[in-house]
Design a protein around this ligand. Structure first.
Ligand code: AMP
Length: 586
């Protein structure tokens, strides 16, 4: 496929935010693509040249991109910047200059442009800046104005086609079979590897069987299994049967360790490569995990080895930083409490039941190591035992319990009653937290004008429709510092129109690109005609869900992607369950 053809598809995608139309256009695009280029196209749609978890960035900000545009079209950098300010987008500036220049372009393929962009990401050492500028300007010289518009937005991260992974997966299935019927198999392979390009290429080369055979790969992050919640211990026993496992719920952050010999990589909950941030865990994994190769998961938490105390989340989170890493590692050592193993010595073990995986985990990590330790596990039978263990853990400063079904496989990317979280705030009443996505801000009044932000508009993820729906305004629970932080985020992610995947009946002062996840404490979930969360205009006269008395607990930007926020179906369940605990405790 020529890049020019791809750019025409980008134009069509940009012009709509209707999911069905997006799926339709994408499936046509995929049908026209070859198996060799489909993976690259999947990355380019997301404005990238590698899967999102790889830290492969083009490393060109506005100034360098403007320089490349100027060089390509014999303009001055000042003119490019002026045009950019006027048009509001660097791509539009490139398109305009390219049109005026009327260069003779040839039919460059998607693969050629992709490979050149990849080169830009890989330049290192002396002369890098010059090489990047020249390479981008050469690409621009060889392509038409519309292609230039889109290419320029790739290094700047401003190619916003508004396409989520579920939309791409539906389109892949439709491109091959005319229906969405293979979406579950595609999703399964994606959950195991987090690499849509790799899954698409395998699918196009080897069909349904090809993707069914996709296994975990050390180095490709696995989409984490997620926990369900229930209102009380009795409900949990009903779900789990009369023998189940219970582990402490550590209030730290999730870490996946990928180990291949002495080569160790770490991934966060939202699948970012965090290897460089935690040298102590990397070292610990090398020496304290007895496996040639493995993928294991655990929760990292700051710990005071002298007093044997777990530190609160606010302390642990100080380790998530980019600078002075070694210094902070000495000051706040982490322990990784391993709670699952997904891959061991060449074999994907996710299909094995929890109790067998736990045995494998016990064979490779021990309870008395200094960095990588196995999480305590107790086999329980009754609601009374849950409450007793729960109270012990709370008094140790932990968050609560994770209850686990003994015969359940590891369900990558899935939520289910295989794991049930039982948190401090959950013993009886709702008073629970939900994870929401920041969608907009209201400018402040009175004292808050100084922060630039007076309130937030937040939403949850509708997984069936692949979009974000509003659920609340939040104005309390934020410290002055947090208001300032929201203002910083808002400056970076502010956009002039409602984002493509957002459904809202209300207008904030500014829309924000849906990227940042916040944890919110709420007293109750209510029905509301204002918010769109779960709203089905034809079924119930257009009533959605809303949060009552929402308060900010913390930012979860390093730890959850927007699609990992609480979903509409979870909100529905929370709504239905919220009084169960109260009734039974009466
Ligand atoms: P939440 O973030 O509240 O949805 O709870 C799920 C998170 O609890 C997981 O993503 C883990 O980071 C964390 N967690 C803490 N302890 C455990 C454990 N023993 N087993 C599984 N997850 C745990």
């Amino acid at each position: 496929m020529t890049f020019s053809n791809l750019a025409q598809y980008f134009e069509k995608l940009e012009a709509t935010s209707k999911r069905l139309e997006l799926v339709d256009i994408l499936s046509q695009l995929f049908r026209e693509s070859s198996a060799e280029e489909i993976g690259k196209i999947c990355y380019l749609i997301q404005g990238r040249v590698a899967p999102f978890y790889e830290p492969t960035e083009l490393g060109m900000a506005e100034s360098l991109v403007a320089q490349a545009i100027a060089k390509a079209y014999d303009a001055s950098k000042d003119d490019v910047i002026k045009s950019y300010r006027h048009l509001g987008n660097m791509g539009l500036a490139a398109e305009k200059l390219s049109k005026a220049k009327r260069l003779k372009t040839k039919a460059v393929s998607v693969t050629e442009v992709f490979n050149e962009l990849l080169k830009i990401a890989k330049f290192v050492g002396k002369g890098t800046v010059e090489q990047k500028v020249t390479t981008l300007s050469n690409i621009l010289k060889s392509i038409d104005p519309i292609s230039a518009k889109h290419v320029v937005n790739i290094p700047l991260g401003t190619l916003r086609l508004g396409i989520g992974d579920p939309t791409v997966m539906d389109a892949l299935s439709i491109a091959k079979t005319g229906k969405k019927d293979l979406r579950p198999e595609i999703e399964d392979a994606y959950n195991k590897t987090s690499d849509l390009g790799y899954v698409a290429e395998t699918f196009f080369k080897h069909g349904k069987n090809g993707i069914k055979n996709i296994k975990l790969v050390v180095g490709k992050p696995v989409r984490p299994a997620l926990a369900e919640r229930l209102p009380n211990a009795e409900e949990a026993v009903k779900r789990l049967g009369n023998t189940f496992a219970a582990e402490p719920k550590f209030d730290g952050f999730r870490v996946a360790v990928h180990k291949d010999g002495n080569n160790v990589k770490l991934f966060s909950r939202n699948l970012e490569d965090t290897t460089n941030a935690f040298p102590d865990i990397v070292e610990g994994a090398k020496t304290q995990i007895k496996a040639k190769s493995c993928i294991l998961e655990g929760e990292a938490i700051a710990y005071n080895p002298l007093t044997e105390e777990f530190l609160p989340f606010q302390e642990t989170t100080k380790r998530r930083r980019k600078y002075n890493i070694e210094e902070k590692a000495k000051e706040l050592p982490l322990i990784l409490f391993a709670f699952d193993v997904l891959y061991l010595n060449g074999k994907d073990v996710t299909a094995k039941p929890y109790k067998e995986r736990r045995k494998l985990l016990e064979s490779i990590v021990s309870a008395d190591h200094t960095v990588v330790r196995i999480a305590e596990e107790r086999i329980l039978h009754t609601a009374g035992e849950i409450t007793k263990f729960f109270n012990e853990e709370i008094s140790e400063g932990l968050e609560g319990l994770m209850l686990k079904k003994l015969d359940a496989p590891y369900k990558a990317g899935g939520r289910g009653f295989h794991w049930i979280k039982f948190k401090r705030s959950q013993s009886g009443e709702l008073s629970d937290t939900v994870d929401v996505v920041l969608l907009g801000v209201y400018t402040g009044r009175g004292k808050r004008t100084e922060f630039g932000v007076g309130g937030l508009l937040v939403g949850v993820y509708n997984e069936k429709k692949d979009r974000f729906e509003t659920i609340s305004r939040v104005g309390t629970g934020l410290t002055d510092e947090e208001f300032r932080k929201v203002n910083e985020i808002s400056k970076k992610l502010r956009i002039s129109h409602k984002p493509a995947r957002v459904e809202s009946k209300i207008e904030p002062s500014f829309w924000i690109e849906p990227k940042v996840v916040l944890e919110i404490f709420t007293d109750e979930i209510t029905k509301s005609p204002i918010h769109t969360a779960g709203m089905n205009p034809s079924a119930d006269g257009g009533v959605g869900y809303a949060l009552r008395f929402p308060r900010l607990v913390r930012f979860r930007e390093d730890d959850k992607r927007p699609e990992d926020a609480t979903t509409v179906s979870e909100i529905e369940k929370l709504y239905k369950n919220q009084y169960v605990g109260k009734k039974s405790s009466k």
